[in-house]
Design a protein around this ligand. Structure first.
Ligand code: UTP
Length: 301
């Protein structure tokens, strides 16, 4: 059996939900408190035992590349000033096996993954999206890799989402639960209408795929949103080889839209040693003010 060694991180989308911040910067560089979301993803890959990472970038390639490169001037400066904790922070992301490739036009997630064809070769690999930050005792990517060791099959991470949100996601039509939290899949549908969704089990940004997906992607026509959808290609793959869905039971932070991003920033801020006390006090004060405002509003009605 081939070992899973490689990860693809697509980061070439337009990030329209964060405009104007993403006009000249990849949304994956937006920080949760002080760390770009893409760094959380790279750290998950490293913790899972991934050896090589390919980041698919678009126009805003430089800041991502620079972020994971050394910055000698900054490092010297911090060293001279004895700021060893900051030095540790800026150097912990260097020295990884990171590679970059450009997706010249953002034609969709499936098209972004296709750019990795020659990097991946004939091996199983994982795709990790920066829209979702995952927390669990065992990294979700490692959970998918562990499944692969026994099934030798593609496995997609899923989670229940509220019914009214299904049209934002790729949704699975689950078949039999073959073991705890591992499902056969009847079919996959990208962004179904609420009334057409076969379930509320949504694809959540971690995929373990066999390399046969590339031949499918090469012939994949645009689907929802007129984009080349990875979900559609996975649905085709599932017709020739088994694709499982692994239900994630840890905590998922959705940072792909403004509200999810704010919520995650607050939750991470409340755990951040430097700001947690001040942030907590701010939230308590704001809550008091908001409650008073609400009370006044109700009294007027
Ligand atoms: P999203 O749909 O969440 O990203 O794609 P987006 O298109 O950048 O965001 P909005 O909807 O306009 O706000 C999921 C992931 O796939 C990447 C994105 O960078 C994101 O990480 N992606 C998407 C690509 O790399 N290329 C594409 O053509 C599309």
């Amino acid at each position: 059996m081939q070992k899973v060694r490689k990860a693809i991180i697509p980061a070439a989308g337009l990030g329209t939900r964060f405009l104007p911040a993403t006009k000249a910067m990849a949304k994956e560089m937006l920080p949760i408190v002080d760390k770009p979301t893409i760094q959380f993803i790279v750290e998950e890959a490293r913790a899972a035992g991934i050896e090589d990472i390919l980041i698919v970038t678009g126009k805003a390639k430089r800041p991502i590349e620079d972020h994971f490169d050394s910055n000698l001037e900054l490092e010297m400066n911090l060293k001279e000033k004895g700021k060893t904790d900051l030095l540790q922070l800026v150097t912990e992301t260097t020295g990884l096996n990171l590679h970059f490739i450009r997706q010249s036009h953002p034609l969709g997630l499936g098209h972004a993954v296709l750019q990795a064809k020659s990097f991946v070769g004939n091996e199983p690999f994982v795709v990790m999206l920066g829209d979702d930050l995952m927390e669990d005792k065992v990294p979700l990517t490692r959970q998918l890799m562990d499944n692969y060791e026994s099934t030798h099959a593609s496995t997609i991470a899923v989670m229940d989402v509220p019914q009214e949100d299904v049209s934002k996601y790729g949704i699975i039509n689950p078949g039999q639960e073959v073991e705890k939290n591992l499902f056969n899949v009847i079919n996959f549908v990208e962004k179904p209408a609420v009334e057409d969704a076969p379930s509320n089990m949504a694809i959540i940004g971690r995929y373990l795929l066999t390399p046969e997906i590339f031949n499918i992607l090469e012939n994949q026509h645009p689907g929802a949103g007129n984009e080349i959808q990875l979900t559609d290609a996975i649905d085709t793959l599932n017709k020739t080889q088994r694709v499982f869905a692994h239900k994630f039971t840890g905590t998922r932070y959705d940072v792909g839209d403004k509200f999810g991003f704010m919520k995650t920033s607050i939750e991470y801020g409340l755990k951040h040693p430097q700001i947690k006390d001040d942030l907590k006090q701010l939230i308590l004060d704001l809550s008091d003010d908001l409650r008073k405002d609400e009370k006044k509003k109700k009294e007027k009605e």
